[in-house]
Design a binder for this molecule. Structure first.
Ligand code: FDA
Ligand code: 7N5
Ligand code: MN
Length: 506
């Protein structure tokens, strides 16, 4: 994989005539999409801006540099140095359609923006264009507690939805660490710590409303449909789950919701080896214990976690577990899981009974990325996200940890092991190109290994720019051809989030 350290020479060599972008100081950028595409001309953007102001109002359109910068990057490693030319804030599906029609008419790229918590540069403006910030469409538009479904606009975040649902004794369990928008989560096919029991976005989205590149509005399961199952034709809903803004704007998502369990009980258990911890996880799943969360943190992650959260857990490979259900069910699940852990040499479970204690524990888990960066001031990290069939996980993690140790790079390992999904944060100093190179080499080896073990390059973060070349390997030529032909049907001028997912255009 190539990585170019940013120089003005590289920037000048990018395709384009009268460019509207600027040059931020990036430590690394990726090769652009193989394309003859140019950024929009200044005069095109000027006319488009006037038309957008006429349709949406002056307050809903911005071309200030600070706002364009804020909308052109996410929380992952900076892989791009281009800014959107304009940022707009639609207030309704109709306004979204107008934006799409105006941009299509001028052949200007459109980039949906949720909350910008993505990790693979999905919101970067690879070819400039219009960043469409969906945050002002923030209503819960349909709530059916007795049917266990809710329909939200794109500005509703997962924490916002859960705050609303709590008073009704309900919750939405998909929980990426960040407070992401639910439509952004749909767009990236997100998951998190609860997926082992409740599934990912793929299993929890019943219908989506989409504004297509030309402004048409599609309801992927038919307008207002919210049945739990359907055999009616192709599954268009799941086509849009994971589409990463490349097929249209998700303007509504209808989601499954759940009753808050009568009891939730968390526990922490340390092991002498990674293999013993992962074996425990595999055996718990094979025993059909309906565990709600089962997360792994290695010794490196536990050490950082203790230091930053004033915790005193053992510095060893550790499982964080959680059981949901009635009191009887939780107790019997916990007993059975405890016996399996014991069989694998695990320490006694350390229980967290009270919700305050549980929240502290899971917050420490969710914050581990920030903890890693704070433990290494001035550094950034390449975030890996491979996922394999669970029986392959012990080998994958053990070999990866050996690789990391040999490289001398700092790289905590953690994961949603119940799904076979794990992450490393490969820390590098942006001023030391050799460290970045080492981290990239490690990430590439790990991903290749996961693919060789029948897995995927991304369990939950998506392809964006960061994993474009891996998608080609994972899908093979026919798979990529099919994906592109679907994109061509929905977005014939390649205007929706160009420069993402695919290494080359049609
Ligand atoms: C600390 C921390 C921890 C985690 C994570 C991030 C961070 C910072 N994430 C990643 C992230 O939260 C996840 O990818 C979200 O789904 C992104 O949602 P945003 O609303 O922020 O989308 P964001 O604005 O970042 O956009 C992401 C992509 O979706 C597209 N998009 C956004 N809104 C859209 C819309 N309405 N219509 C069409 N396309 C749209 C964008 O164009 C882009 O390609 C994660 N993820 C995960 O799965 N599991 C995890 O455990 C974590 N953990
Ligand atoms: C922000 C880095 C990875 C986040 C993540 O996916 C997790 O902690 O599980
Ligand atoms: Mn994760």
């Amino acid at each position: 994989m190539h990585c170019w350290f940013f120089t003005s020479q590289v920037f000048k060599s990018l395709p384009g005539k009268a460019l509207v972008g600027n040059s931020r100081n990036f430590h690394c950028i990726k090769p652009l999409l193989q394309s003859t595409r140019h950024r929009p001309l200044v005069e095109t953007i000027t006319t488009l801006r006037q038309n957008l102001i006429k349709s949406l109002g002056r307050d809903s359109v911005s071309d200030t540099e600070a706002i364009r910068k804020q909308h052109s990057r996410d929380e992952g490693v900076e892989r791009h140095n281009h800014l959107a030319d304009l940022v707009v804030w639609p207030k309704s599906t109709e306004e979204c359609s107008i934006i799409a029609s105006l941009c299509s008419e001028k052949k200007v790229p459109m980039i949906p923006f949720g909350t910008g918590t993505g990790l693979e540069s999905g919101v970067c403006a690879a070819y400039g264009g219009v960043s469409v910030d969906m945050s002002k469409m923030d209503q819960i538009v349909n709530f059916n507690p007795e049917d266990f479904d809710v329909t939200v606009q794109p500005g509703v975040t997962r924490k916002g939805l859960n705050h609303f649902l709590k008073d009704h004794g309900l919750w939405f369990p998909v929980d990426p660490g960040a407070d992401a928008s639910l439509c952004g989560m749909t767009a990236t096919s997100a998951s998190g710590t609860n997926a082992v029991r409740y599934g990912t976005m793929r299993e929890n989205v019943l219908n989506v409303e989409v504004v297509l590149a030309d402004g048409r509005v599609l309801h992927t399961a038919g307008e207002n449909r919210r049945s739990k199952k359907s055999s009616a034709g192709f599954n268009l809903t799941n086509l849009f789950v994971g589409s990463e803004g490349s097929l249209g704007f998700i303007t509504k998502a209808t989601l499954k919701i759940y009753g808050i369990p009568e009891m939730m009980l968390s526990a922490v258990c340390a092991f002498t080896t990674i293999k013993a911890a992962v074996d425990t996880c595999v055996q718990i799943l094979q025993s059909n214990i309906p565990i709600a969360r089962i997360e792994l943190m290695d010794d490196v992650a536990m050490d950082m976690c203790n230091n930053h959260n004033k915790l005193d857990y053992k510095v060893a490979p550790t499982l964080f577990l959680e059981f949901h259900g009635s009191e009887d069910s939780v107790k019997s699940q916990a007993k059975f899981a405890g016996e399996i852990a014991d069989y694998n040499g695990g320490s006694e479970f350390r229980w967290a009974y009270e919700s305050e204690e549980r929240n502290r524990l899971w917050k420490a888990r969710h914050d581990i990325y920030w903890t890693t960066l704070q433990s290494n001031p001035g550094c950034r990290a390449i975030i890996t996200d491979v996922c394999v069939p669970i029986t392959r996980l012990p080998d994958l993690i053990t070999q990866t940890k050996a690789d990391i140790q040999e490289s001398g790079i700092i790289g905590p390992c953690l994961g949603h092991v119940g799904d076979g999904n794990f992450h490393t944060f490969l820390v590098f100093n942006p001023n030391k190109p050799e460290e970045f190179k080492k981290a990239e080499t490690l990430a590439a080896r790990m991903t290749k290994r996961a693919l060789d073990l029948n897995g995927t390059c991304t369990g939950e973060h998506g392809i964006g720019i960061g994993k474009m070349n891996y998608l080609e390997k994972e899908m093979g030529p026919v798979g990529i051809e099919m994906m592109k032909s679907i994109k061509k049907t929905l977005d014939p001028h390649w205007l929706m989030n160009p420069g993402k997912i695919f290494l080359s255009e049609y």
